[in-house]
Design a protein around this ligand. Structure first.
Ligand code: ZN
Length: 254
């Protein structure tokens, strides 16, 4: 039976018994990235979100023995009007987080670019990896702008996860993804198991991460297990282990 770390999720919105049943299927740890489904009306909303994701979840998940890997960041759809206030709150939590995330661009507006740039500078200061969201709409175009920002900031590509990759965007981006980590989100509306296998054949496995992006949207966290089982049954047990355990352990230093 494969075991895995879910490299990008919002399991803080999921009942504990559901996570416990995933643990019985092989889930050993979860990266929880900060996001809420409404734009915060004030930066203080983010302080409570980070207290929840970074601190309270540590205690809740320890009750069932699941490794908690918290990421704090201002999602591009969660940028409050007072960005400077939000950044100073974020900085209060980065010392306790294992990653910056999720961050990135949604429409690639000037405001989003500024928020993304300033957050990458903070991640650099705290020596944290960055989990970079890519949007459903115009994924390849927006992701290429994100790559530009990462390089402009001089943020290390090997500490960056370009997440939620799907085959269509991947085929136009793959030349530009050198040195980056690529995240595959096995979620309805994102990647299927077949699509993940297809993309994997073009990538070196030490740069691949898989996740469920479990949130309030339709989510199937057990799809990660199905994907790993497919690899194992194709005699790719080492690749499965690398993607599901070794890569997140190395990147998030856990
Ligand atoms: Zn997410």
């Amino acid at each position: 039976m494969p075991s895995w770390i879910d490299s990008h999720s919002h399991f803080y919105l999921t009942p504990l018994n559901v996570i416990e049943s995933l643990k019985a299927q092989g889930l050993v740890g979860v990266v929880e990235a900060s996001w809420i489904p409404v734009r915060p009306s004030a930066p203080e909303t983010l302080r409570d979100l980070f207290r929840w994701v970074v601190q309270a979840e540590q205690e809740r998940l320890s009750k069932i023995g699941v490794l908690h890997i918290p990421a704090a960041g201002i999602h591009p759809r969660c940028i409050p009007e007072d960005l400077d206030g939000a950044l100073s709150i974020l900085e209060d939590f980065l010392g306790q987080a294992k990653a910056l995330g999720e961050v990135g661009l949604e429409t690639a507006s000037e405001d989003e670019r500024r928020a993304f740039t300033l957050q990458l500078r903070l991640a650099k200061k705290y020596d944290l990896p960055a989990i970079v969201h890519t949007p459903r709409l115009n994924k390849a175009l927006v992701a290429s702008k994100e790559i530009e920002v990462v390089d402009e900031v001089g943020f290390p590509r090997e500490l960056t996860v370009i997440d939620h990759m799907v085959p269509q965007a991947f085929s136009s981006l793959k030349e530009r993804l050198g040195e980056f980590n690529v995240g595959i989100s096995l979620q309805p509306g994102k990647a299927s198991v077949d699509e993940a296998i297809q993309m994997l054949s073009y990538l070196s496995p030490e740069r691949v991460l898989v996740n469920s992006d479990t949130s309030t949207e339709p989510s199937e966290p057990e799809r990660v297990r199905t994907f790993l089982e497919r690899l194992e049954s194709a005699s790719m047990k080492e690749v499965s282990r690398m993607i599901a355990i070794d890569n997140p352990r190395r990147l998030f230093k856990v």
